[in-house]
Design a protein around this ligand. Structure first.
Ligand code: NAD
Length: 339
């Protein structure tokens, strides 16, 4: 049977990526929506053939507990709202996927994990690149030390943001490009190296537009240090369209994705030549894998705990930039990704 997915928040990512992906999935399908905008409800109802009883707003959402057509709730709201809706979804007895970053604080992330555990439901973070062939190849090359141990990583991700939105409102975003785009560099370095760093140093870039970037950073550079002496230099910006680079250098060769983090058009090379891997629908693959985890009762490779680990690292990066000090990440849970 196909599991029913309800999308919470019908913004750019739901409309542009997740709903189209859910037309291609085999093990799950778009069954419901949660939106605060009646016009969107009407449009989605027609476009995706969603029955009235599977349409909720933010007040009626909790009634989803009585709806057997919805198995999975997928939270696609501004970052600071993730915690509330994940907890409510778990309390309604649904399995949950939550977009990145999992939360705007580690404390929230822990509450979300606890709520899903208490409900006995699976909880996953929307890390689509764990289902993407080029990024899986970086994990394989790095974690299996195909060119020897990774000594140095480079990553960047960012875009030029020119109009105000929740992304530059700290109360909703939890921070600037680090929360939104830099998290891909964090992920990329950890899943390529296959280790959690032991410390971090970081520096904010000068703010070029204090009107637009009132209470979030415009950009930040940071370096992770790993236990074996390897380092990762990362950059994220809301002031520049960046390459979306992920590069790993080892004694016997290198591997690189450019771009590494988009929805398609990814390209990879190593010191031995081009990767020649397919681009596939990442969101459909991710969603089908999560449905399969539920149907077969097996753990997801991108659990809430991984989202918590990364929120802890984001907090450490901010602390390093604010204090100018090297910050230890010893407290960060050591959950690592496996290929
Ligand atoms: P968006 O601005 O396009 O959509 C946000 C939606 O939330 C809108 O429909 C808006 O109406 C709704 N909303 C509900 N309450 C709101 C409030 N109080 N303030 C503002 N909006 C409110 O954003 P998006 O790009 O779809 O991002 C949503 C989430 O998805 C974010 O957590 C983001 O990080 C994540 N995302 C992930 C990817 C990915 O590749 N995995 C890509 C884009 C976004």
């Amino acid at each position: 049977r196909q599991l029913g997915v309800a999308l919470v928040g019908l913004g750019g990512y739901s409309a542009g990526q997740l709903a189209p992906a859910l037309q291609q999935t085999k093990r799950c399908r778009l069954a419901g929506i949660v939106t605060g905008t009646p016009a969107k409800a009407a449009q989605w109802k027609q476009q995706y053939n969603i029955p009235d009883q599977n349409i909720y707003d933010y007040k009626t959402f909790d009634r989803i507990i009585d709806n057997p057509a919805i198995d999975i709730v997928y939270v696609v709201l501004p970052n600071a709202l993730h915690a509330e809706y994940v907890v409510r979804a778990a309390q309604a007895g649904k399995h949950v996927i939550c977009e990145k970053p999992l939360a705007t604080s580690a404390a929230d992330a822990r509450r979300m994990i606890a709520a899903c555990q208490k409900a006995g439901k699976q909880f996953s973070v929307g890390y689509r690149l764990h289902f993407e062939p080029h990024n899986l190849e970086m994990m394989r090359l790095g974690q299996r030390e195909v060119f020897g141990p990774v000594r140095h990583l480079l990553a960047d991700n960012g875009f030029r943001l020119s109009t105000p939105s929740w992304r530059v409102n700290r109360a909703l975003s939890g921070g600037g490009p680090l929360m939104d785009m830099g998290i891909y560099c964090v992920q990329g370095c950890l899943y390529t190296k296959g280790q959690v760093p032991v410390s971090v140093t970081a520096k904010f870039i000068p703010n070029p537009d204090p009107q637009l970037f009132k209470n979030v950073e415009a950009g930040i550079d940071w370096q992770f240090q790993f236990a074996d002496g390897a380092t990762a230099d990362c950059r994220t910006r809301y002031t520049e369209n960046m390459t979306a680079l992920l590069r790993a250098e080892s004694p016997k060769g290198w591997a690189e994705l450019a771009p590494a983090f988009g929805y398609g058009g990814l390209r990879g090379r190593t010191s031995q030549g081009p990767m020649n891997l397919p681009n596939l629908n990442q969101q459909a693959t991710q969603l089908d894998d999560f449905a399969d985890c539920i149907l077969r009762n097996r753990p997801t490779r991108v659990p809430g705990e991984m989202g918590l680990r990364d929120v802890q690292l984001l907090e450490a990066i901010y602390r390093a930039a604010e204090t100018g000090q090297k910050v230890s990440t010893k407290e960060v849970q050591q959950l690592i990704d496996h290929t």
